[in-house]
Design a protein. Structure first.
Length: 355
C-alpha cells in the first residue's frame, strides 16, 4: 500500500531563514501564510493558534529552536535557554511540544565547535522530527483503516489532519486511508466549539481531498448515534498517560461516554511522541485554559452577555476504560494499556510496567 499524497498546502514550511505557517485562524475563508523570522514569532504563532494540533506544535517549536540558534551569540547551551523556556511556555497540554524541545536539547550535546555546522546539525534534527512525523501519519492511517468495516461511517472531533501534523494526520489519516480503501462512506466532523477546528479545518481539508464529510454541531453526536448512523468514533490525542488515559480537545470525553452507551467503538490515534510515560494517569495532565473571548465571541460578534463568566478548558481527559484501542505508528494497542504502552515505547519489562 502507498503512503498518502502530500496535501496541496503547506501547514509548516521551513524556508532556511524563517518558518512559514498557514494561518489556521483564517481558514476556511482565507488561505494566507504567516512568516516567522525568529523564535519569538514562532512562540506567538503557537500561543495564538496560527498553528495547532499536537504534532504540528512540536515540529514548529523544533524549527523555533533552529531560528534561535541562527541568531545566537555565545555558547548555544546558554544562548538558547530563553528560546527553550519561551517555546515551552506556549501551550501546556500537548506533550509533543516538550518531546520535541527535549529532542532538540539533547542534540546540543556534542555539537561541532564550528557555529555554522552546529546550526546545520540542529536544522537537520528539526527536519527529521518533521519527516518522521509524516511517515508516522501514513502508518497510523494504515493500522487504523484495517480496523474499519466496509461501508463505515466515522465520527471525528477537532482537527487531526494535515493541518495538525507533518503528514496527512492522525485520526484524519485513518479516515483518508479508509476512504482510499473504499471502506468509508461518510465522515462526520463535529464542529468543535469554541475554536471550530472541526467545521473550519477538518471540513476544509477533507472536502478538498474529496472525502465525503458532513459537519454536525457538537450536540448532535448523541442523536446520530441513537439513530445508528455512526459506526466508530476516531479522534487524536494531545497526551496519553502511562495508563492509557488521554487528553484531547474538549468534548472528546462526552463522545467516549456516548460511545459506551451506544456500543460504538472509540479509538484514539496518535504517534508515540504524543504518549507521556512520565505522567501516570489523566488526573496529572495539565489542561490548558484558553481566553474567555473564544467562548464569548465568534469573530467580532458577542454571544454571551457582558459580565457573565464563562469556562474555556481547551481539553478534557477520557479514561482508558472508555477507549477500545490506541492506534500509533507501531500498530493497535488494546487494554490493559499500561503494559501495551511500555512495550511500544520499549520501557523495560512490560509485565511489571502496568501503572
Ligand atoms: O487546541 P488544538 O486545536 O491544538 O487541539 C488539537 C487537538 O485536540 C487534536 O485532536 C490533537 O492535537 C491530536 S491530533 C493531531
Amino acid at each position: 500500500m502507498k503512503d498518502s499524497p502530500a496535501p496541496g498546502f503547506a501547514t509548516i514550511e521551513w524556508r532556511g531563514d524563517g518558518l512559514s505557517l498557514i494561518d489556521q485562524r483564517k481558514l476556511p475563508t482565507e488561505e494566507t501564510y504567516v512568516h516567522c523570522p525568529d523564535w519569538q514569532t514562532v512562540a506567538e504563532a503557537i500561543t495564538t493558534m496560527v498553528v495547532r494540533g499536537a504534532p504540528a506544535i512540536g515540529i514548529t517549536a523544533a524549527y523555533g529552536v533552529v531560528l534561535a540558534a541562527q541568531a545566537a551569540d555565545g555558547p548555544l547551551e546558554v544562548a538558547l535557554e530563553p528560546a527553550f523556556a519561551g517555546l515551552a511556555a506556549t501551550r501546556p497540554t500537548a506533550v509533543n511540544l516538550f518531546w520535541a524541545l527535549d529532542r532538540m536539547r539533547r542534540r546540543l550535546d556534542g555539537l561541532p565547535d564550528d557555529r555554522a555546522a552546529a546550526v546545520a546539525a540542529l536544522e537537520s534534527e528539526a527536519r527529521s522530527i518533521h519527516d518522521e512525523d509524516r511517515a508516522m501519519c501514513g502508518a497510523m492511517g494504515r493500522h487504523g483503516a484495517a480496523l474499519l468495516a466496509e461501508g463505515c461511517r466515522v465520527l471525528t472531533h477537532c482537527n487531526t489532519g494535515a493541518l495538525a501534523t507533518g503528514g496527512d494526520g492522525t485520526a484524519a489519516a485513518v479516515i483518508r486511508q479508509a476512504w482510499r480503501d473504499g471502506k468509508l462512506v461518510r465522515a462526520y466532523a463535529d464542529e468543535t466549539r469554541p475554536f471550530l477546528q472541526g467545521s473550519r479545518l477538518t471540513a476544509w481539508e477533507l472536502h478538498r481531498d474529496g472525502v465525503p464529510v458532513t459537519v454536525i454541531t457538537d450536540n448532535m453526536a448523541g442523536w446520530l448515534m441513537a439513530r445508528g448512523e455512526v459506526d466508530a468514533v476516531i479522534v487524536g490525542f494531545d497526551r496519553v498517560a502511562a495508563n492509557g488515559d488521554g487528553a484531547n480537545k474538549i468534548g472528546t470525553y462526552a463522545l467516549a461516554v456516548l460511545c459506551k452507551h451506544h456500543g460504538i467503538p472509540f479509538y484514539f490515534v496518535g504517534p508515540t511522541s504524543s504518549i507521556d510515560p512520565d505522567t501516570a494517569g489523566g488526573a496529572a495532565i495539565r489542561i490548558e485554559r484558553r481566553p474567555d473571548r473564544e467562548v464569548t465571541h465568534v469573530g467580532p460578534t458577542r454571544l454571551v452577555p457582558e459580565g457573565v463568566p464563562v469556562e474555556n478548558p481547551a481539553f478534557d481527559v477520557t479514561p482508558a476504560a472508555l477507549v477500545h484501542g490506541i492506534i500509533t505508528e507501531h500498530g493497535v494497542m488494546r487494554p490493559p494499556y499500561g503494559p501495551a504502552i511500555a512495550r511500544q515505547l520499549g520501557l523495560g519489562d512490560p509485565s511489571t510496567a502496568d501503572r
